[in-house]
Design a protein around this ligand. Structure first.
Ligand code: DAH
Length: 337
């Protein structure tokens, strides 16, 4: 019996050296430690040995079982360690990789901010097609047939009759065709002009036009709305003025100037030494325009205005070249996040 224990002891130690995977570990457990295993078998044999040998042999068998368990535990632990080193090491103390977070382009931000101000004043948002017809872009807006803006120099014509809209103003015709007053909406969007690209002008830019038509709308309403807008967008302290101007679709027409934010009116490079910055065009809707959309100018009146988005963003942020807004140079874009 003693020899059998010693032999099993030696054998277990040999086998334990090779326990390199889960299958071998399990086989070791079954062979030596299970209820029908080799050690259990020796405990069975113990019943048949003379009584005086039982205590010593029993002790030796218990030790053998303890040792088998210890060998199994050690081999299990060792194989787990090996598994772990096969996974590529992760250094949990390294700082994480940051994700670059996107943000709106300065042109979109400007559209959002201006739209937000007019929304608060009860304007809804409308839009229209960028490919327009001569009728909506010019004729129904009371441009005479020989107006220079219809010239190939300024307008991208697609066919004789279709063109890329040169302003967002045609949306007012589409609105007045479709809805009856009261109409109060702004329409932001892209516009196109056949111009030489320079620091001051581009072939593609954005505008927001606005229209309010109802009974008893006056020039005072126009001023109240646009001054409120200018105060909310450019600040409470600014001074402003309305200068007479001309647009075919408004009568009377005006342009609104604000005091130069940079020199506060004293005169500088940005305001070309006038102390004033032009921020928008506006006027009362010309009765001729109503005749195209079947609205009675004896009953209704209204005002309209148009704001250049790039120009607005450039004034507000002191950007001196419109091309910077279209080149998507991240060094520029990221300054406006
Ligand atoms: N459409 C004009 C332009 O592109 C801007 C403008 C002026 C729009 C007066 C208007 C307005 O609605 O009333 O220069």
């Amino acid at each position: 019996m003693k020899e059998k224990i010693d032999a099993l002891h030696a054998e277990m130690h040999e086998v334990a050296k090779e326990l390199t995977n889960d299958e071998l570990l399990e086989r070791f457990r079954i062979t030596y430690l299970s209820r029908k295993g080799r050690i259990a078998q020796l405990f069975e044999d113990l019943k048949h040995v003379p009584a005086e040998q039982k205590p010593a042999l029993g002790k030796a068998l218990n030790a053998l079982r303890g040792e088998a368990q210890a060998l199994l535990d050690a081999a299990t632990e060792a194989s787990r360690q090996t598994d772990r080193t096969e996974i590529p090491a992760v250094d949990l103390t390294l700082p994480g990789r940051g994700y670059a977070r996107g943000h709106m382009h300065i042109v979109s931000q400007t559209i959002e901010e201006i739209s937000g101000i007019f929304r608060q004043m009860g304007f809804s948002i409308a839009d229209g097609p960028e490919v327009e017809t001569d009728y909506y872009n010019f004729e129904a807006l009371n441009f005479p047939a020989d107006h220079p803006a219809r010239d190939m120099q300024d307008t991208f014509f697609i066919t004789e009759n279709d063109l890329l809209r040169t302003h967002t103003t045609p949306v007012q015709i589409r609105l007045m065709e479709r809805y009856r007053p009261p109409i109060r909406a702004i329409f932001p969007g892209k516009v196109y002009r056949n111009e030489v690209i320079s620091a001051r002008s581009h072939v593609q830019f954005h505008q927001i036009d606005g229209l309010f038509v109802d009974t008893d709308v006056t020039f005072a309403d126009l001023k109240g709305t646009l001054v409120t807008f200018a105060n909310m967008y450019y600040g409470e302290e600014l001074r402003y003025r309305f200068r007479p101007s001309f647009f075919p679709f408004t009568e009377p027409s005006a342009e609104m100037d604000i005091s130069c934010y940079l020199c506060e009116g004293r005169g500088c490079r940005v305001c070309k030494h006038t102390g004033w910055l032009e921020i928008l065009g506006c006027g009362m809707v010309d009765p001729n325009v109503y005749s195209f959309v079947d609205i009675d100018p004896e009953v209704y009146s209204g005002y309209a205005f148009g704001i250049g988005i790039e120009r607005t963003a450039m004034l507000r942020h002191g950007i001196d070249d419109i091309r910077l807004l279209f080149e998507n140079d991240l060094r520029v874009n990221h300054q406006f996040n």
